[in-house]
Design a protein around this ligand. Structure first.
Ligand code: HEM
Length: 146
């Protein structure tokens, strides 16, 4: 069976468009943020442990936010090892911290992936468990402020 030349060209064009669509990755944007302490209305010294901007992907109503923290903290000039057991985020009006971030530890850093976030500009309240021997073994309520 012979396929008419016109149809062959059309089919080749469609294959090219499909291949291009697969090749374009979902866009990711770096967004600067600070860890804000709503209890004191101030930037927390936890920011000394923030390792670069957050990486944000997704679309309105369903963003994925990836933040990386150094496994050390600096407070009043002292630098000590730090670790973070978990991070939960609160994305709705109930203060229930319903999103459990996926945690991964590598190369002296801890990465938290927070999925299903409605906005990439609204303040995002989080609970961050922090351990610094001798100073911290607590869950801190902070806000990711863009
Ligand atoms: C050298 C390491 C650290 C030391 C010696 C230290 C020490 C302290 C001390 C003494 C307090 C109570 C007094 C105050 O509020 O300033 C405090 C509070 C606090 N720490 Fe740390 N800390 C260290 C690292 C960290 C890290 C790595 C985080 C989180 C990433 C963190 C998060 C907090 C938060 C959220 C508070 C409540 C007050 C605030 O927001 O600044 N700290 N820390």
């Amino acid at each position: 069976m012979r396929i008419p030349a016109k149809r062959t060209v059309m089919m080749m064009l469609m294959v090219c468009v499909f291949a291009l669509a697969l090749a374009v990755p979902a866009s990711a944007a770096d967004q600067d943020y600070v860890l804000w302490n709503p209890a004191t209305n101030a930037v927390s010294h936890a920011n000394a442990s923030v390792d670069g901007p957050a990486v944000v992907t997704g679309t309105p109503g369903n963003y994925t936010i990836v933040i990386t923290l150094k496994n050390e903290g600096t407070y009043m000039g002292i630098t000590l090892p730090a670790s973070y057991a978990y991070l939960n985020a609160n994305d709705d009006s109930n203060p229930d911290y319903e999103i459990s971030a996926v945690r991964s530890v590598a190369g002296g850093k801890t990465t938290f992936t927070i999925s299903g976030v409605t906005s990439n500009t609204a303040d995002l309240p989080i609970q961050l468990q922090t351990t610094v021997a001798g100073f911290h073994n607590a869950v801190h309520e902070l806000v990711i402020k863009w």
